[in-house]
Design a protein around this ligand. Structure first.
Ligand SMILES: NC(=O)N[C@@H](CC(=O)O)C(=O)O
Ligand SMILES: [Zn+2]
Ligand SMILES: [Zn+2]
Length: 377
């Protein structure tokens, strides 16, 4: 029985997983499906309370595991808080779900090396998140001076092989918002990696050709990057298409077309350094559609369809599975999933709104028709 998350589709399905055969069938205009190892989401915002309850089933349907970001209010700064947050996620999961939340800690100027040790010993914390203070949603408590305040913690992280997950933008208001990732690489990331070559670093949601070049220049296995669907399919024109588009606003902000193309080339090249991280970031509609709207795109429903589209259009469907399902666990030193998921080449309509107890969420590509419908096997 095929389950499709209440998104009905009509298709005469020819099951197979071979991309060459797939292309032959495509040429003949037949309906097609891909079978791939269940993907994981290596950058995910699940929130808490009724927002958590509204979104959890979407991520749990598509992904085996998710690296859960700690930027709650208040942030998840301790292992004890991460353990409690994990419990509330498990409680909110649909009864038949095997989804595994991989927890993270929010790094502050006062995080202690002992906390890193506790995190590693807990067996449920898989990364420590660096938000430069003020860089993005709920980052007020983030780090103000990484090299001045966090060296002992970083040393401890190397000792425990604990990855540092980085929102890579400087916060200096003098720096143009479109340059903040590039400047962060030069002023923070490169010196950091020179100082700690053994530190595992994930540059989250890369948006520029500069980030791609930087990640490719680092040692494989130590520095990697997550890539969101929006930075693969949208450029900055989509922020202003026919008027201001708040649901296309996220941080780092969308960049110009040449940067988008560089990211597409990087992920479809088959490089092991890049893997799936949706940065799915739900906000209640009124917090996006207002005079000072929040950054964050809710893409959990559409992410796999969009990644598949990007790889298909690049003629690289044979590289999709490594990006969605192999490179992430390999980098984190975790086993790959053994279950499978299908992507059916069938048109489906994205819901216009997702109502929940406190309001509604507007999903990315609201009301539009996409191809590649994810379904369970
Ligand atoms: N990406 C975003 O625009 N927003 C994220 C935070 C983040 O990942 O920077 C959020 O928590 O809403
Ligand atoms: Zn971020
Ligand atoms: Zn994020």
């Amino acid at each position: 029985m095929i389950k499709t998350l209440a998104l009905p589709y009509k298709a005469s399905i020819l099951p197979f997983a071979n991309v060459r055969v797939f292309n032959q069938l495509k040429a003949k205009g037949a309906k097609m499906e891909l079978s791939i190892t269940q993907p994981d989401d290596w950058h995910l915002h699940l929130r808490d309370g009724d927002l958590l309850e509204a979104v959890i089933s979407h991520s749990a349907f598509h992904f085996g595991r998710g690296i859960v970001m700690p930027n709650l209010k208040p942030p998840i700064k301790t292992t004890a808080a991460a353990v409690a947050y994990r419990e509330s996620i498990l409680k909110a999961l649909p009864a038949d779900s095997d989804f595994i939340p991989l927890m993270t800690l929010y790094l502050t100027d006062t995080t202690t090396p002992e906390e890193i040790k506790l995190a590693r010993e807990s067996g449920v914390v898989y990364g420590v998140k660096l938000y430069p203070a003020g860089a993005t949603t709920n980052s007020q408590d983030g780090v103000t001076d990484l090299f001045g305040k966090c060296l002992p913690v970083l040393e401890e992280m190397v000792k425990h092989n604990m990855p540092l997950l980085v929102h890579g933008e400087v916060t200096d208001p003098e720096v143009d918002i479109f340059d903040r990732e590039r400047v962060f690489i030069d002023t923070v990331l490169r010196p950091l990696i020179q100082k700690f070559p053994q530190l595992k670093v994930v540059m989250e949601h890369v948006t520029t050709a500069d980030a791609v070049r930087f990640v490719e220049s680092c040692s494989e296995g130590f520095v990697a990057a997550t890539v969101t669907p929006q930075h693969l399919v949208l450029n900055r024109n989509f922020l202003f298409q026919g008027g201001l588009q708040p649901h296309n606003y996220c941080l780092p902000v969308l960049k110009r077309e040449t940067h988008r193309q560089a990211i597409v080339s990087a992920v479809t090249s088959g490089s092991k350094r890049f893997f799936l991280g949706t940065d799915s970031a739900p906000h209640e509609r009124r917090k996006k559609e207002c005079s000072c709207g929040c950054a964050g795109i809710y893409n959990a429903l559409v992410a796999l369809s969009l990644y598949a589209k990007v790889f298909e259009e690049a003629g690289a469907l044979d590289k999709l599975e490594a990006f969605t399902s192999f490179n992430g666990p390999d980098f984190y030193g975790l086993p790959r999933n053994t279950s499978k998921i299908k992507l059916i080449k069938s048109r489906w309509k994205v819901p216009e709104s997702l109502p929940y107890a406190s309001g509604e969420i507007i999903p990315m590509f609201t009301g539009e028709t996409l191809e590649w419908l994810p379904s369970s096997v």
